[in-house]
Design a protein around this ligand. Structure first.
Ligand SMILES: C[S@@+](CC[C@H](N)C(=O)[O-])C[C@H]1O[C@@H](n2cnc3c(N)ncnc32)[C@H](O)[C@@H]1O
Length: 244
């Protein structure tokens, strides 16, 4: 699906978000707070739009994605960026490789998002930062109703006019509605072994930017993988949602 939408991906994003993506991306870069010379993983980087600000600032950014179509469009536009094909749930990097990791509008698309959180923990250096930008739940009820109407009615109609694959945008709307809210994602991060988890709502909660750190000690990744695949995780999955 992403291979298919790659050629017009960035233009369609700007249209459907009414230009808001630029502001959201700025907040992510500020939250990352990385310096020239540091190594950053931009996971599910797609065409590399989310990676560009780091490359522009002299930061050694690796744009990783599993859609070759997206990577090709990105490489053509920014040959200076390191584009790497890789699956978020089985990253092709050694432990403790990156000073900071980020994923913008990608975690929701990964089949096993908790596995991706554990993998990002593994490849980030102890003490390193994680910043996630993802669609979330508007916090004010009236705003939530208006936004849901936009998602389910207007967005697919606009996508029919501007995109070659309108079905992809029906998927977009449905995946946003099915995605956990701000607190739920924060709990996932904690369960995966990330520390100091906080988030900030943007555009009234349409988007949330979560931040966290990798603990300075302990083998976070092994613990996290065990936590969501082992017997304790199975037990937790069987508990009522409120008790988890
Ligand atoms: C909505 S795009 C976001 C691209 C970019 N981060 C941005 O902000 O524009 C989501 C990306 O997630 C990628 N993706 C989904 N599942 C993935 C996985 N398991 N491993 C790597 N990339 C994945 C898709 O190929 C797609 O390029």
């Amino acid at each position: 699906m992403f291979d298919d939408v790659a050629p017009k991906y960035d233009v369609v994003n700007d249209v459907l978000s009414m230009g808001q993506t630029r502001r959201w991306r700025k907040v992510v870069v500020e939250a990352m707070d990385v310096r020239a010379g540091q190594r950053v993983l931009d996971l599910a980087a797609g065409t590399g739009t989310s990676s560009e600000p780091y490359a522009d600032a002299g930061i050694n950014v690796v744009a990783c994605d599993f859609s070759l179509g997206m990577l090709k469009v990105g490489k053509r536009r920014r040959p200076d960026i390191d584009f790497i094909a890789g699956d978020a749930t089985n990253l092709p990097f050694a432990d403790n490789t990156f000073d900071a990791s980020t994923i913008s509008f990608g975690l929701r698309n990964v089949n096993e998002p908790k596995k991706a959180l554990a993998e990002m923990l593994r490849v980030t250096k102890p003490g390193g930062k994680l910043v996630i930008a993802e669609f979330s739940q508007p916090v004010v009820p009236l705003w939530r109703t208006m936004y849901t109407e936009y998602l389910m009615r207007a967005l697919p109609a606009i996508a029919t006019k501007v995109s070659s694959n309108p079905d992809a945008y029906v998927y977009l709307a449905e995946s946003i509605r099915a995605w956990p809210d701000q607190d739920h994602l924060a709990a996932w991060l904690q369960d995966s072994g990330w520390q100091d988890v906080t988030y900030r709502n943007l555009s009234g909660g349409i988007v949330a930017v979560h931040r966290a750190h990798k603990p300075l000690t302990g083998n976070g990744s092994a613990e996290a993988i065990a936590a969501h695949t082992g017997p304790v995780a199975k037990l937790r999955r069987n508990l009522p949602r409120t008790a988890r």
